[in-house]
Design a protein. Structure first.
Lengths: 410, 166
């Protein structure tokens, strides 16, 4: 590697081929396109698992897995009601690794909804939406919305009974928006009921419009992460110039990457380490771990494919995808105007506006009890409603015990 | 002295206005392109069964019109199969003499009026016409919304147990 870097071609590729001093390393990082979304240095405590649980990295890796497996699937899929279902059957039976690739796509999608939501919850408890990160939190909420939309549009594509009726129910919720609801619903569905134009619309949204938006917002999200962490560094470097009096502790504000073994001392706010390799190697391990989990699940469990979509027969019970199960549970108790529009509207408004409502600058949970209690209550209620809608509802949406009758669908 | 500044301010506003107009035109175009076009399935007039086959005790299903035909006050009524709650297919239950929706458990009486469940209104109706030779024609393009819940005009309690065990 070193020899290549110092050759004529290597020198044209890497602007700073010499990696002798830490300054060279920083310059090498700085001029590397692939690393330009990372800061050169991070604070040492950011390396620890409990800082982020690496959920953002896990979500990004799952998104990459979805792009790769999705491209494979596109080679075998034509989005019309006449061909879609047959294409999936063909893929599962006649294409080498077809079923496996479909499994990877399906389970990555479900896992991504989980990791993105968990990432948001972790960032809430860390108080990471507070200044200077208000705007990045908002982008994060949009990314969660896009993740759900991508999953929902993809749900229709196999054109089986599961897909057809889940999307019929899901898109009917849009019809209850005041004034414009009917028009919005008809535009989304492309007619009065789910049919060939719906399939084409969802396909285009799923493979072109939504992924483009998600990639764009994700870039801004990661870029903001770097910029906001530089903001923190600038603040901590001001402190550091005072502590530089201790001899031999820091060179150019960088602590050589000695692993903090032995003493269990908490790393201080000002300890800085090089992103490459300390953070990169952790991200690589997380990425490999996530891929291992996805591949293992895909080997063990096949993605479901029910009967061909039939507009004349609604399965009983009919369930929306699990991440909408809480909404569906609410919809069985309240008028759709309340459960389908007011509640989700309030959730979106509350999440987007959170950094602007919560003016308390403290980040330790004990210093912001109101915010923590409200958010935890919401989270617990939502998880419970999701569980009830997903596993505890049977025919005619009546209560069943999941260990007696199982009706959950993924 | 103030004149060059005003010109600059005008140009400055102009390019912003221009971008705004392009964005508006783009939004309008997108909207107009993607607006729903008339369905191929429903929307037309469907010739169904002879009027004499529609009785006041049950609902006759007509698949091409996605419609249940029944007789209320000696008038033939066409009820759309689509549940006004979230669009699932409502099925006719003969033993209970009522309509049931499997998705969220709404039930409707034979006239399509809400009996129980979360449905926000009764089943929607299509316009009906009887031809000269006594055949029922259903106009699936003309839809009138069902009545709000709590307005049961048909005095017909469930005549037996429901079909899906509730």
């Amino acid at each position: 590697m070193k020899a290549f870097r110092e050759s004529t071609i290597g020198r044209s590729l890497f602007r700073s081929p010499d990696r002798v001093t830490r300054r060279d390393q920083a310059a090498g990082h700085w001029s590397n396109f692939l690393l330009h979304l990372y800061p050169v240095k991070v604070r040492r405590f950011e390396l620890r698992f409990r800082y982020s649980w690496f959920l953002g990295v896990a979500s990004t890796v799952l998104f990459a897995s979805l792009i790769v497996s999705g491209i494979y699937l596109m080679f075998f899929y034509v989005p019309t009601p006449l061909t879609a279902y047959g294409n999936i059957q063909e893929l599962q039976t006649n294409v080498a690794f077809g079923q496996f690739i479909r499994n990877v796509h399906r389970w990555s999608a479900h896992l991504m909804v989980l990791t993105v939501a968990a990432h948001m919850a972790r960032m809430f408890y860390r108080g990471a939406y507070k200044s200077p990160r208000e705007f990045n939190w908002m982008i994060g909420v949009m990314l969660l919305g896009l993740t759900l939309l991508l999953s929902f549009t993809g749900y229709l594509l196999p054109w089986d009974q599961l897909a057809y009726w889940a999307v019929t129910v899901g898109s009917a919720m849009a019809g209850f928006v005041p004034l414009v609801g009917d028009t919005v619903q008809e535009t989304l569905v492309g007619g009065s009921q789910v049919g060939s134009s719906t399939l084409l619309r969802f396909y285009v949204l799923h493979i072109a419009v939504l992924p483009t938006l998600l990639v764009g917002l994700l870039m801004i999200h990661i870029w903001r992460w770097r910029k906001d962490s530089m903001f923190d560094l600038a603040a901590s470097e001001a402190v550091e110039s005072v502590s530089d009096m201790e001899p031999g502790r820091r060179v150019l504000g960088v602590v050589p990457g000695v692993p903090a073994t032995g003493d269990r001392k908490d790393p201080s706010e000002q300890d800085l380490v090089m992103t490459s390799p300390h953070l990169l190697i952790r991200h690589a391990v997380v990425a490999l771990g996530v891929l291992l989990i996805v591949l293992a699940i895909s080997l063990l469990f096949d993605a479901p494919l029910r009967d061909l979509a039939n507009p004349f027969e609604t399965p009983n019970p009919e369930k929306a995808p699990w991440y909408f199960a809480a909404l569906q549970e609410l919809l069985s108790h309240f008028h759709p105007m309340v459960a389908g529009i007011l509640v989700p509207g309030a959730i979106v408004f509350g999440l987007v506006g959170l950094p602007y409502f919560d003016r308390n600058p403290a980040t330790t949970p004990s210093m912001r009890k109101v915010a923590v209690v409200v958010f935890t209550t919401f989270l617990v209620v939502w998880v419970l409603l999701t569980l009830i809608g997903f596993a505890f509802r049977g025919a005619n949406w009546e209560w069943v015990w999941p260990w007696i009758e199982w009706h959950g669908e993924l | 002295m103030s004149e060059p500044m005003e010109r600059r301010a005008f140009l400055n506003k102009s390019w912003k206005l221009g971008i705004g107009m392009v964005a508006a035109a783009g939004a309008w175009t997108t909207w107009d392109v993607l607006r729903a076009f008339p369905d191929t399935g429903l929307g037309g007039v469907v010739k169904t069964v002879p009027e004499s086959e529609v009785t006041a005790t049950e609902a006759v299903y007509v698949r091409p019109a996605q419609t249940y035909l029944t007789r209320i006050d000696d008038e033939v009524v066409a009820l759309w199969q689509r549940c006004p709650h979230l669009g699932c297919r409502v099925s006719w239950c003969d033993s209970g003499g009522e309509f049931e929706c499997a998705c969220h458990g709404s039930t409707f009486n034979r006239a399509g009026e809400v009996r129980s469940g979360p449905a926000p209104r009764g089943m929607d109706r299509f316009a009906v016409e009887i031809t000269g030779d006594g055949v029922v024609r259903v106009d699936t393009g003309t839809i009138s919304e069902g009545p709000p819940p709590g307005e049961e005009t048909l005095d017909e309690p469930p005549r037996g147990p429901g079909c899906s065990g509730h």
